[in-house]
Design a protein around this ligand. Sequence first.
Ligand SMILES: Nc1ncnc2c1ncn2[C@@H]1O[C@H](COP(=O)(O)OP(=O)(O)OP(=O)(O)O)[C@@H](O)[C@H]1O
Ligand SMILES: [Mg+2]
Length: 235
Amino acid sequence: MTALRVQGLRSGYGKVPILAGVDLLVAGGEVVAVVGPNGSGKSTLLKTICGLIRPYSGQILFDGRDMAGRPSYHIARAGISYVPEGGRLFPNMTVRENLLMGAFATPANLKSGLLEEIYTLFPILQRRGRQYAATLSGGEKQMLAISRGLVSSPKILMLDEPSLGIAPKLVEEIYDRLHALKAKGLTVLLVEQNTNFALELADRAYVLENGRIVLEGSGQDVAANPEIKRHFLGL
Ligand SMILES: Nc1ncnc2c1ncn2[C@@H]1O[C@H](COP(=O)(O)OP(=O)(O)OP(=O)(O)O)[C@@H](O)[C@H]1O
Ligand SMILES: [Mg+2]
């Protein structure tokens, strides 16, 4: 079953084109990574899919319906959850309040069960429940951002650079939790510059360069591709 199929997607900022016709597929239950150098258009891709940027042309088929040009709240309600780069938490709200914001559309009787699931995944968030989001460490903020993306029980979770600016030990922990979510069948589309962790997690991967997909394959194949290593990933 295909969850998300992007076809010929072109978008940019005003008249400045960034995505030059992107095709990609995320099947239900799959983890797909998009990797590529700075400025290649990774964040622009996710912003376009979630409706923050209106595409110039192309299709964003989600469960068979075209989301291109729809408002972001409509896309979120359809089951596409987006965790932006840096998380964009509400700094003056507590951890628990941030989580409840993510669950605003969830029926009240299901909310506590959802929070329990989150606390099982990231126990630290329960301990920090009454603390303001602004006071969390970088890694804790990222865990909260991912969790806020999860409490709406999305059909697909889109993550922009979950490892950005986080200490290596916490990056490992976050990816360990992402492996657990994958094992539970969660569908994920993530973009990363930290290719080692992302390609190890991903079933399939795409390499984006200058707004174009230049390579696709299994996470392992992309990680092992010598051209990619040298030119794009700086390894
Ligand atoms: N709001 C904006 N207005 C104009 N140009 C923008 C805007 N945001 C990003 N760009 C440009 O779009 C291009 C792609 O940016 P994008 O953020 O998608 O890249 P990225 O692959 O996510 O990079 P990084 O790995 O550094 O996060 C860059 O050249 C960037 O300067
Ligand atoms: Mg980016």
